[in-house]
Design a protein around this ligand. Structure first.
Ligand code: ADQ
Length: 743
């Protein structure tokens, strides 16, 4: 309706304008017609009255002639009649003959163009006709017609022309609007069908319109354009969201209200350990747990994990569940029990001796044993059963974590075909050649492709995964939308860079930076003004702890002024201690630290303080806040949360981050001093630069990094995955309703 008005009004205005513009032309035209008519009429009248007039003139009856003239001028149009016997005579005329018409001046009407004489009543039409007789050979008859009717008629004509144009406008508008509406509807229906991929992109069904192959490129372009617009809008919307536990909770309530959310990981977020008479609850040193804990608190779901603590069974109820966090329960852990054999084969064997080195390329050979693989398959199946039994609906959202559970997505897809499965791979994905050495590579790929969304930290890892699938599986790979279709539903391969909570828990920042500086130095027997570096890692060979120590040694060789003035505290949480490679690595770390310390010890405090033990997050943050620099030297790392935690801990905007170029974090934090951990000289130079960096520079760098971590925090990581899952669910529900699948 509004569209019609918007169209009709301007059209009417334009046509009214045209009507007004042509009115004078119409006037002119009708006037010339009337003048012509009156000329003809005058000639006829002159012929008609010639005879009686001649008779009267011959009889010299002037009075009768005047009477005769008065009589005939009663005619509505004939205004006056006069007769001039000669140019010098006085006119014998009706009473109404205007004074301007005189016998001696009749010549002016002879050649007159329009024969018009203006008067108070309106224009008069004057014609002069010869009326010769024997007595008056120069006699002439003057006929004056009233032309006021012309003005009246012209007004009427104008009015009718105007009405005509308005009527025309209405009819034209009506016809146009009806046609436009019909074609718009048709066009829109066509477009919608086109965008849904019907008609143009799909094979027509019995009732579908015929397929138009020539439009396929247009349809594809339009679909791409719309996806780009959607992505842009999403990015714009996203930039306006400040990601926090509240906004995450709002998303869960808004977009995923009442949905059943289940997290599955190998490692549980809380472990119950027996210490003599007491049961102690600890939180493991794991990036994965650090990242997922705030999400589970926000959505009160169920976290399914291996119950690995010595008091886990005692703490769980008869359904193997326990509410956590212990001081303020917000969600449930459902524990899965593994036998020693299962744990040995699935966890230590296939996951950590096989997949971990396979994906990290840290020059430790992967070991693949078929017995380990059998346990890996069996344990993945066990987890799948646990998810099926915990699912409250037929279509839960299941977040599958990491490389221990690569087969779980496909297994879940069999049991819960309608579930939305988001698998996140926390470690790097290597290139196809490296991955290919795994004897069960196809099974692993097929397992992961059971998920609806598969996430990695970086685009580089997404690319590697898609290349690997392309190389080894008969799958449809769409590099534009980054989706892989293998067997059943398509899998979207997406980048979700993990991060830390922002702002960090208030208790982490409770102790002031000066207090942290003095307390940490005192605890480690270091002088108050001693320069301090910090490293925090699981004691894993991929973290480059040996390379870090070699860089410190090189610093002291190249810049001996730091001997006795700088120490590096390495906090290393013991990890996977049942694996030979890890035991060997720990021994190497201890030996190298001892060697360096013995080399430089003579001049004061030891350059390396090695603390191989688990620390509570509060203590870790105190170290971060006390340090002048933090050194992350991973040989390969999916993301590395330590780098981001250091940045989050420095609300004083001080401290320098030295970061390995082989971490995912290096792609997000270019303001760190980026180094190659294999290059000891370069790392030593970075250490020296960090120790001597002007405060203004380190502050600028830290400020930029804090801005990034604040914005790209862990709530965004989870929020983005859940939003994508929500969008996917909406789409598939619509498809279920309309019965229209994807093209
Ligand atoms: P991790 O290999 O465990 O994680 P990282 O991301 O650095 O590596 O996370 C380690 C976590 O453990 C940090 O939160 C850190 O504070 C904590 N931590 C380390 N040592 C500790 C100690 N001694 N005491 C207490 N806490 C300690 C895997 C991948 C990474 C990826 C994460 C998240 O290997 O690449 O960033 O998952 O996806």
């Amino acid at each position: 309706m509004r569209l019609s008005l918007r169209f009709v009004l301007p059209l009417m205005i334009v046509l009214a304008g045209i009507a007004y513009a042509i009115a004078p032309l119409v006037d002119q035209l009708t006037l010339s017609w009337f003048v012509h008519d009156l000329d003809t009429r005058s000639s006829l009248l002159a012929s008609a009255i010639q005879e009686p007039l001649q008779e009267q003139l011959a009889a010299g009856k002037k009075v009768q002639i005047r009477e005769f003239f008065n009589r005939i001028t009663r005619d509505e149009r004939l205004f006056a009649v006069g007769y001039c016997a000669s140019p010098t005579a006085t006119a014998v005329a009706s009473r109404s003959l205007p004074n301007e018409i005189r016998c001696d001046d009749l010549g002016r009407w002879d050649g007159a163009h329009d024969h018009l004489l203006p008067s108070a009543k309106g224009p008069l039409h004057v014609t002069v006709q010869p009326m010769a007789s024997e007595a008056a050979p120069d006699g002439r008859l003057v006929l004056v017609h009233d032309m006021s009717f012309v003005t009246r008629r012209s007004e009427e004509t104008k009015r009718y022309v105007f009405y005509l144009f308005m009527g025309l406008a209405a009819v034209v508008s009506l016809v146009t609007v009806v046609i436009a509406q019909l074609s718009w509807r048709g066009w829109m229906a066509g477009m919608r069908a086109l965008l849904r991929g019907e008609g143009l992109l799909r094979q027509p069904g019995p009732s579908a319109p015929p397929s138009l192959p020539e439009f396929k490129p247009i349809a594809r372009d339009l679909q791409r354009l719309i996806s780009e617009l959607e992505a842009e809008t999403r990015a714009r919307d996203e930039s306006q969201v400040t990601w926090s536990p509240e906004s995450l909770r709002a998303i869960l309530h808004g977009e995923l209200r009442g949905e059943d959310v289940i997290v599955v990981s190998n490692r549980e977020p809380y472990i119950h350990q027996r210490r003599g008479e007491r049961i102690e609850v600890t939180r493991p040193a794991s990036g994965l747990v650090t990242a997922l804990e705030p999400i589970m608190r926000a959505c009160s779901g169920t976290w399914i994990a291996h119950g690995s603590g010595s008091a886990d069974r005692e703490a769980a109820d008869q359904n193997d569940r326990v509410a956590v966090p212990p001081d303020k329960p917000a969600y449930q852990i459902r524990r899965v029990w593994l036998t020693t054999e299962e744990e040995a084969g699935y966890y230590y064997g296939f996951s950590n001796e096989g997949l971990w080195p396979l994906c990290h390329i840290a020059h430790v050979r992967p070991i693949f044993r078929s017995a380990d693989w059998a346990q890996y398959v069996a344990v993945n199946r066990k987890f799948a059963q646990a998810v099926a039994s915990e699912a409250k609906t037929r279509d839960p959202i299941v977040l599958v974590q990491d490389y221990h559970l690569a087969l779980l997505p496909a297994m879940l897809r069999e049991q819960l075909p309608d579930a939305t499965i988001i698998a996140f791979w926390h470690i790097p994905w290597p290139n196809p050649e490296s991955f290919a050495i795994c004897p069960w590579r196809d099974e692993l790929l097929a397992g992961l492709l059971g998920s609806s969304i598969l996430g990695f930290h970086t685009q580089f890892h997404c690319n590697n995964f898609v290349d690997t699938v392309d190389r080894f599986l008969e799958a449809r790979v769409d590099r534009e939308s980054f989706t892989v279709s293998f067997g059943g539903k398509p899998t979207a391969v997406r980048r979700y860079p993990i991060s830390v909570a922002w702002p960090p828990d208030a208790e982490m920042l409770e102790k002031s930076v000066p207090d942290c500086r003095s307390d940490i130095r005192r605890m480690n027997d270091l002088p108050p003004e001693h320069m301090l570096g910090i490293g925090v890692d699981r004691l894993d060979y991929t973290k480059g702890i040996l390379e870090r120590f070699r860089a410190i040694e090189r610093l002291l060789e190249l810049n001996p002024e730091w001997v006795g003035r700088f120490s590096f505290v390495q906090i290393a949480a013991p990890t996977r201690s049942g694996i030979d490679e890890y035991e060997h690595h720990e021994a190497q770390v201890r030996a190298l630290a001892a060697h360096i310390n013995s080399r430089f010890r003579h001049q004061g405090p030891p350059p390396i303080v090695l603390r191989i033990e688990h620390h509570e997050p509060r203590e870790v943050y105190a170290y971060f806040r006390a340090a002048d620099l933090c050194f992350v030297s991973s040989l390969h790392d999916g993301m590395n949360l330590v780098a981001k935690e250091f940045v989050a801990a420095r609300d004083d905007e001080r401290g320098v981050l030295i970061l390995s170029q082989f971490t995912g974090a290096a792609r997000e934090l270019p303001e760190a001093l980026i180094v190659n951990p294999y290059d000891a000289d370069q790392c030593a130079a970075a250490l020296h630069l960090a120790l001597t960096m002007p405060v203004t520079e380190s502050r600028d760098r830290m400020r930029l990094m804090r801005g990034l971590v604040a914005e790209f925090n862990v709530f965004r990581w989870a929020g983005r995955m859940l939003l994508d899952a929500a969008a996917m669910r909406r789409r598939s529900r619509l498809i279920d309703k309309t019965g229209r699948g994807e093209s």
